[in-house]
Write a protein that binds this ligand. Structure first.
Ligand SMILES: CC(C)(COP(=O)(O)OP(=O)(O)OC[C@H]1O[C@@H](n2cnc3c(N)ncnc32)[C@H](O)[C@@H]1OP(=O)(O)O)[C@@H](O)C(=O)NCCC(=O)NCCS
Length: 275
């Protein structure tokens, strides 16, 4: 279909008038979501030149349009019943993806070869790179971009971002490891190979501080090949002294080095074995 982004933008401009009967609009939107589903397009990526996050707004608009265009339908699986507007992803075996019962991913998310979904959730527009483990009760929010060979530990919450359409999603680099129950939201970025301890709260406003120098390295960006844990910083307010969360970089790794507590176990990832 010619100039899909322009067609989506045109539909977005008159989104309020669209509804479930608009089959022409649905055909256009379906084409865009299929691109996401196959990994042929990504909602956001890092510009290799500048290192900044480029958001493809039209793809987020396509996702939002999908919610307008689809009606609710009932889906049953054994004794379980669901009611939703969006279908689930399919074709895992051919895609080389392992999906443990209790896990679900929506159509329009992309799971690259070797991904393992323990009972977890991956929302529309999310991209999950090859051989990444999404562990039990982890959630990958809409449009979040997760690299290859990442470990999202149990209960990790990766925030989603559909509104406003130009907001940047969370980006997690290749080979990163996010400790259990950490929350990474609001366009925060975790660099390649970084290791986050358990319970890290990272959003785009949380200071990331170097433990060696005391320097504030960034707000919401954990540097590549670093080890960072949850900490708190003293803040003075009119009402008194309080401690707000920060993220403390306690170690630096060599590029390509995997922390010994973040080693991957091949047997867990081998699609021919069992876990
Ligand atoms: C973050 C991590 C790599 C740190 O391990 P390490 O490099 O060996 O460092 P240490 O254990 O020596 O900890 C360094 C310091 O950080 C502190 N620390 C460790 N984990 C912490 C956490 N989650 N939050 C806050 N502080 C933490 C330690 O108490 C220690 O403090 P000290 O210097 O006063 O002794 C490791 O704790 C880890 O892998 N955590 C994630 C585990 C996880 O979620 N696994 C997934 C299972 S599904």
């Amino acid at each position: 279909m010619a100039d899909l982004p322009a067609q989506i933008e045109e539909l977005w401009a008159r989104a309020a008038q669209l509804g479930p009967d608009d089959s022409d609009a649905m055909a256009v939107v379906t084409e865009a979501i299929d691109l996401l589903d196959r990994g042929a397009a990504r909602v956001a990526e890092i510009d290799p030149g500048s290192g900044t996050v480029v958001v493809h707004r039209w793809l987020k608009a396509a996702i939002l349009l999908l919610f307008r265009l689809r009606s609710m339908s009932v889906v049953e699986a054994g004794p379980f019943e669901y009611v939703d507007k969006l279908p689930l992803k399919t074709g895992y075996e051919a895609a080389g993806v392992r999906v443990v019962p209790g896990a679900s991913a929506r159509w329009g998310s992309f799971l690259d070869r070797g991904v393992i979904l323990m009972p977890s959730y991956v929302n529309i527009g999310a991209f999950v790179g090859a051989d990444t483990m999404v562990d039990t009760w982890a959630t990958v929010g809409s449009c979040a971009q997760i690299g290859a060979r990442v470990h999202l530990s149990g209960g990790v919450g990766i925030g989603g971002v559909l509104e406003p359409p130009n907001a940047a999603p969370v980006m997690v680099g290749d080979d990163a490891m996010i400790g259990s129950r950490s929350m990474v939201t609001q366009g925060a970025r975790v660099g390649e190979g970084a290791v986050l301890g358990e319970g890290v709260i990272l959003n785009s406003g949380v200071p990331v501080i170097d433990a060696d120098t005391g320097e504030e390295l960034s707000r919401g960006m954990v540097p590549p090949w670093s080890v960072a844990v949850s900490a708190s910083r003293r803040r003075q307010y009119p009402g008194g002294e309080f401690f707000l969360p920060c993220v403390l970089v306690i170690k630096r790794l060599e590029p390509g080095e995997r922390h010994d507590k973040a080693q991957l176990e091949a047997a867990l990832r081998d699609h021919h074995g069992t876990t």
